[in-house]
Write a protein that binds this ligand. Sequence first.
Ligand code: FAD
Length: 339
Amino acid sequence: MRRRVCVLGAGVIGLSSAVFIQDLIPDVDVTVVADTCTPFTLSDDCAGLWMPYLVDLTDKDVMRWSSDTFDYLKSLGHSEEAGDAGIQFVSGYYFVRESAYTGQEPPWKDLVVGFRKLTPEELQISPKARDGYFLTTVIMDVKRYLPWLTKRILDRRGRIQNRKIQNLDELTEEYDVVVNCSGMGANQLCNDSLLRPLRGQVIKVSAPWVKHFYINPDPTDEHKEVYILPGPYDVTLGGTGQLNDWNIDMDEKDKQRILKDVCKLVPSLRTARQLRDWVGLRPLRSPVRLEAQKLPGKKTVIHNYGHSGSGVTFHWGCAKDTAHLVQLTLETHQLTSRM
Ligand SMILES: Cc1cc2nc3c(=O)[nH]c(=O)nc-3n(C[C@H](O)[C@H](O)[C@H](O)COP(=O)(O)OP(=O)(O)OC[C@H]3O[C@@H](n4cnc5c(N)ncnc54)[C@H](O)[C@@H]3O)c2cc1C
């Protein structure tokens, strides 16, 4: 009999995990269960840039997941699928403020393409920069990427079920293995106090003349992130990083501060047409929870949540680890049921 795997969550983490499980273990039935699907998940509206952000860069797993994901996105970007999957390359500036300056280059510098230090002239672009780099990375249109993943799941006879879960037991009773990719939803489902919201507010504008990204993070001030991220259809202007703030309404003060700061970097943004405001809650957890939890009885839940500001940046590496944990769990079940 074919074994049944349930993936809870249809954001970038859940859908990529489902695809990887189908690739690695073709003889299982995969069902994705979610109360929100594309185009309405948190993942759909995020900027989609590959860049380890708001995560612990000394964590070896973080670097491995980032590296696996970048390699995968790079080859997808060079393939004929790039357009359908919404993948494109983007180059730009990463500034380092005085408050973040350590004298060391970022540990991800060898993962990206064409990493180099900024010239003194380029450094003038950001008035507060102490140092900075120019590099090429990948940005995805997540609203295109998630349907592309969904199609892959359905093409291999996977299922998507739209329903809300109150308790993980509802799924463990029905399936051989449950994979928990519920993002911020894990806060209630797992009662996990390490998982906290990190509020991010952005403005989406139309500014087709802006082709480079500009990132100017400030780890010392939760209201002072500045970034300009051009996607294929709009440019994301940000942002904020407010810890333990559950407010998903737009805040006018945050908005005016963002507009002021981005215009200091790129003055022509003053004339950009504003499309919409957006607020999302990053599922912050240090470390990311990616592990198997054995429940009383024979059932196992594989957790894969808490990717903070780097869900897109980590997703394929995390999907790979998750799929291998599912495979191991099914093999162990098979052995113990024979005994
Ligand atoms: C302003 C902002 C900008 C960002 N930009 C970037 C970026 O450029 N690059 C990057 O790497 N990351 C970025 N991020 C972070 C990124 O958005 C997240 O890390 C990522 O979306 C997390 O994906 P996820 O699949 O875990 O969560 P989600 O996309 O939230 O998906 C969770 C899924 O679980 C389901 N679910 C939860 N609970 C239940 C339940 N009880 N019953 C049924 N279903 C349930 C939901 O319906 C949903 O389908 C940004 C975040 C913000 C806020």
